[in-house]
Design a protein around this ligand. Structure first.
Ligand code: DC
Length: 230
């Protein structure tokens, strides 16, 4: 069977990563979380005093881009992908609400995007990958053979994020999360460079009322149909 590129884009907290990871595992593909790369850059800014009073020092960050190395490794036990920033495992810290607060602004910077897109295209050279993000089907891999655009209501997404943070022992505030989800939607959709939008040839998946099992069945059916066609 031909190995393809699967691009999964959509709004924040739609469960894209969970679905992309599960799909990759199911069909024996490698999974790449492009959002983790933008999160790692935001964490780098926080750790290196490049944010003052909520403002990112854009020029200083531009000068530091060559010092930011993001890599992924599979967890030997769970096989889940782990994000490393300059050799340090940052998988847990990049998911904090503080990183979430800054990441959309970091991801809106053209020089950050061009560097990340270059690295993402390199990852896709091998084919047989599932990558999730916001611009994977539109900018990173416009020729991806399978493109899915995922959406769900803001409340459903905030509730999922709330449950995720609670499960890992944080003490989240639902309204704060909902506000963050709405704010990120706005920044992601209105930024100048690669704004979040559905590619014309992407298939729309609204998962507000789907179970994970139903969603996985749909994804695998779609993948099988496409790989037998091409
Ligand atoms: O998917 P996520 O919530 O981890 O993404 C974090 C942020 O990065 C989000 O605000 C949108 C941005 N992002 C992006 O602009 N382009 C991508 N390909 C992936 C994420």
């Amino acid at each position: 069977m031909k190995r393809i590129i699967i691009a999964i884009d959509g709004f924040s907290s739609c469960g894209k990563s969970t679905m992309a990871k599960a799909l990759a595992r199911n069909i024996g593909y490698l999974y790449f979380d492009s959002g983790a790369m933008y999160r790692a850059v935001a964490l780098y800014c926080m750790q290196n005093s490049l944010i003052t009073d909520g403002e990112i020092d854009t020029e200083a960050l531009r000068g530091k881009m060559k010092d930011i190395h993001i890599t992924f490794e599979a967890d030997p036990e769970t096989k889940n992908s782990i994000t490393f920033l300059n050799g340090v495992n940052v998988e847990h810290s990049i998911r904090s609400l503080e990183v979430s607060r800054y990441v959309s602004n970091v991801a809106a910077l053209d020089f950050v995007r061009s560097e990340m897109v270059e690295q993402q295209r390199e990852m896709g050279k091998q084919k047989g990958i599932v990558m999730d993000g916001r611009d994977i089907g539109t900018t990173v891999f416009p020729d991806a053979e399978m493109k899915v655009f995922v959406t769900a209501s803001a409340e459903v997404r905030a509730k999922r994020r709330y449950d995720e943070l609670s499960a890992r022992g944080d003490n989240p505030n639902f309204n704060e999360i909902l506000e963050n989800v709405l704010q990120r939607d706005h920044i992601d959709q209105t930024r100048d460079v690669s704004p979040l939008k559905k590619a014309d040839d992407a298939i729309l998946l609204d998962n507000s009322n789907l179970t994970r099992e139903e969603q996985m069945e749909w994804l695998i059916d779609t993948y099988k149909k496409l790989t037998t066609e091409c």
